[in-house]
Design a protein around this ligand. Structure first.
Ligand code: NAD
Length: 445
């Protein structure tokens, strides 16, 4: 059956969906093991909007609120098949035990054989881009273009051997060193030439993205790397009608920031400073201990306050904000991050006040449901013919990719409204504006 919506047709979610992950570390294994536990009825997919949330349709009086997964044609969890690339050869069981996120007896041992069956394919990896890692499970090739071709072959083999209908890729690999868009990124031609010349501005993540686009596979970027946020990739995604998006999963501290900052602005409370610091001891923390990888993460974490608070419109309130973000590698904590925020705000007549947030979170527990939702929604986007940047999924990203010249929406609830309205639009349902005047002015009395 073909469903129509917003003038589009949505191909049905028939057959199996391959979820191909770049990186098989803490986030990926927590996601895979989580889905398998849910499939076996051993746990709930808490934190996943696609699985748990409802969507209101029509007027409040109609009382229509189906679950999102019953409203839009998403792939079902039993139809997901997983594979990954990683320069570290550990299978998903070993990697999950090493990551130490999930309870071994409760959530890993019962699915040990399943996890051991997921062995990472050799990665395209170069230590220049992730200084703190040493990879042995790595592809060799005559140049970067050749490596991208090998990744394409991996995708085709995975599709064939697992009997898949479609594939989607989510980047869950390490944060690469800071790069800015340069001449090699401006067009597909320039990019292809640069791959052949082993240009240093072409990072491994870009080779995965290029290979995905060449295979018409949607690509979501969970790290702050540039990856698909360059003109060449946007051009390719539009021409080949493939969805892309990023950057950087919005999980702990930044998620809280994107809730609190809009609240201050909504009440016209001023902000003089926001100091954020983190301790974490997982491999991600170790990678981010390298100043060049940290710079990529820092840029991603800093951008949102400026966009939310609009100091150009409100110079008296937000013209002089001191914003600092720190990440400290502290091994004893493992994946259990602690994020502190000290927020200096001011109110009526300029009187100062302070807010302290101490979020004892679990990084991968927050990220895993985001990986699931992104895989399912990017697959939906592909079947609905939505090509290029998927801004409607900015809900999931710290540093959302947008059309050139457009500032990103960072407010979590604007992002949620955008996401839900896009789903309504896709399915030909009315947009919800929250005007509500019809309940009063035009109501039958
Ligand atoms: N957990 C969160 O809350 C969160 C939030 C936002 C972003 N992220 C990002 O998600 C990513 C994964 O986080 P994690 O905690 O799982 O880290 P991790 O270190 O446990 O796993 C990353 C894996 O990627 C692999 N890798 C590195 N380069 C690769 C390459 N070129 N190809 C294939 N694999 C490669 C590493 O070997 C490692 O196993 C990081 O970039 C992190 O910054 C995580």
């Amino acid at each position: 059956m073909i469903l129509t919506g917003g003038g589009r047709e949505i191909a049905p979610a028939n057959g199996k969906l391959g979820v191909l992950l770049v990186g098989l570390g803490a986030v990926s294994t927590t996601f895979i093991a989580g889905v398998e536990n849910v499939r076996r009825g051993r746990a709930l997919p808490i934190g996943s909007l696609s699985q748990m949330a409802t969507i209101r349709l029509g007027k409040r009086t109609e009382k229509r609120a189906p679950k999102i997964k019953d409203f839009v044609p998403l792939a079902d969890l039993p139809d997901l098949v997983f594979a990954a690339w990683d320069p570290i050869p550990d299978d998903a069981y070993t990697a999950a035990v090493k990551a130490g996120v999930l309870d071994r007896h409760e959530h890993l041992e019962p699915i040990k054989a399943f996890l051991q069956g997921i062995k990472p394919m050799p990665a395209v990896f170069d230590q220049y881009y992730v200084k703190r890692l040493h990879g042995t499970n790595v592809k060799r090739g005559k140049n970067k273009r050749d490596l991208a071709e090998q990744l394409r072959e991996d995708m085709r083999n995975f599709k064939k051997s697992a009997g898949l209908d479609r594939i989607v890729i989510v980047w869950c690999a390490s944060t690469e060193v800071f790069l800015t868009a340069g001449p090699a990124h401006q067009s597909v031609d320039a990019f292809e030439k640069a791959m052949e010349q082993n240009d240093q501005s072409i990072a491994p993540s870009m080779l995965y993205a290029y290979a995905a686009l060449m295979e018409n596979v949607p690509f979501a970027n969970g790290a702050p790397n540039l990856t698909v946020d360059i003109p060449a990739m946007v051009q390719m995604a539009e021409e080949r009608r493939v969805p892309i998006g990023g950057k950087d999963f919005k999980t702990g501290q930044t998620m809280m920031k994107s809730v609190l900052a809009p609240a201050f602005k909504a009440r016209m409370l001023g902000l003089s400073g926001w100091y954020s610091t983190n301790i974490l001891g997982n491999r991600d923390g170790e990678v981010l201990d390298d100043p060049e990888s940290f710079k990529t993460k820092e840029e991603s974490k800093l951008g949102l306050l400026e966009h939310i608070l609009q100091p150009d419109l409100y110079p008296e309130l937000y013209g002089k904000v001191y914003h600092k973000v720190r990440i400290n590698y502290y091994p004893p904590r493992g994946d259990n991050k602690e994020g502190w925020d000290n927020i200096d705000i001011f109110g009526w007549l300029g009187y100062p006040m302070q807010i302290k947030v101490d979020f004892l979170c679990r990084d991968s527990i927050l990220a895993a449901p985001i990986v699931l939702d992104l895989a399912l929604f990017f697959d939906l986007a592909g079947r609905a013919g939505l090509a290029g940047i998927q801004e409607w999924l900015s809900f999931y990203f710290k540093s959302p990719q947008t059309a050139p010249g457009l500032y990103p929406e960072h407010d979590l609830f604007i992002q949620q409204t955008k996401l839900k309205n896009t789903l309504r639009w896709l399915m030909g349902e009315e947009q919800i504006t929250h005007l509500g005047i019809e309940y009063y002015e035009y109501a039958d009395r």
